[in-house]
Write a protein of this length. Structure first.
Length: 297
């Protein structure tokens, strides 16, 4: 039987916590807790720094392949499979971009998002640790470096972080450090999974819970906790609800307990029904994603 370590919230130091889940995918010694002090939902314990470095250097692409499919194995297949994701993001970020902006994306992968928006801004640059993905993006004409340090003292008008914040050991310090990378009037454009996702909070599906809590997601944000983290890092924050997955996906989760159902019943349900369902989830903030714009305070 697993013996759980005494949890300490990494963001506020509180030990006043509630057990959310005693299991974390691929982390048998970890559990998930909700902090009564600041509200964050977090995995504890997390990987050591050495384990984390080895995970991202040697295991991350295989880890994502197990969760997301074989598109992660080939940069060409990955780029093509994520075109629709890039198209989804563009109208959300467009109101927060200017044609004169220099844009940086941290965790830019094959460059699918930067490729989609580079006609809307003056320049795009990526940060991507994967040698394979970085080379692929460079071949598309998207300058991509391995680490932030490789950028020297360069500053940007907008920095995008898609599904990065939940992986960070100290998201407050990381966001605060990015202030030095922003020009006056600069913005962070952030998306994270919403821990209030209806599959967890409304339907409470055990299969989805087993899928959702994962070793690489150290912090699991709600709109309120993401806002609090960014405000503590010195930003003014706007949060916007987003529902990425459709009603068909949710029906398949409820019927079969697995992902991959997007669009399966779209011909029967129709766009109007799906749009109404998404809107209801977003209005009630039980959607699957939080989009945040963090401006220099």
């Amino acid at each position: 039987m697993k013996t759980l370590a005494a949890p300490v919230c990494r963001l506020c130091g509180s030990t006043d916590v509630t057990l959310v889940s005693s299991t974390v995918s691929e982390a048998p010694d970890a559990a998930v807790y909700g902090c009564s002090g600041c509200g964050i939902v977090y995995v504890y314990p997390i990987m050591t720094e050495a384990e984390e470095a080895a995970f991202y250097a040697q295991q991350f692409e295989q880890y994502m392949a197990r969760r997301s499919g074989p598109g992660w194995k080939s940069p060409e297949a990955h780029f093509e499979s994520y075109r629709s994701e890039a198209e989804r993001r563009v109208p959300l970020v467009t109101p927060y971009l200017r044609s004169s902006d220099a844009m940086l994306e941290i965790g830019s992968s094959t460059g699918f998002f930067l490729h989609a928006i580079r006609g809307l801004v003056s320049s795009v640059t990526g940060v991507e640790p994967s040698d394979t993905y970085r080379t692929f993006a460079a071949a598309l004409g998207i300058p991509t470096v391995k680490t932030l340090d490789d950028l020297g003292g360069r500053r940007f008008d907008a920095i995008a972080l898609y599904y990065v914040m939940e992986h960070l050991r100290d998201p407050i310090a990381y966001a605060a450090d990015l202030r030095a990378r922003l020009n006056p009037g600069g913005r962070l454009l952030i998306e994270v999974p919403n821990v209030q996702d209806a599959l967890l909070s409304l339907y409470r599906l055990p299969a989805f819970s087993a899928f959702y809590w994962q070793r690489a997601h150290y912090h699991n944000f709600s709109p309120a906790t993401l806002r609090a983290v960014l405000e503590r890092a010195g930003y003014r924050v706007e949060t916007i609800p987003v529902q990425r997955y459709d009603l068909s996906n949710h029906i398949v989760w409820m019927k079969e307990g697995k992902p991959g159902g997007a669009g399966r019943y779209a011909d029967v349900l129709g766009e109007e029904v799906d749009a109404a369902y998404r809107k209801s989830l977003m209005v009630n903030w039980i959607c699957d994603t939080v989009f945040a714009v963090a401006a220099m305070a």
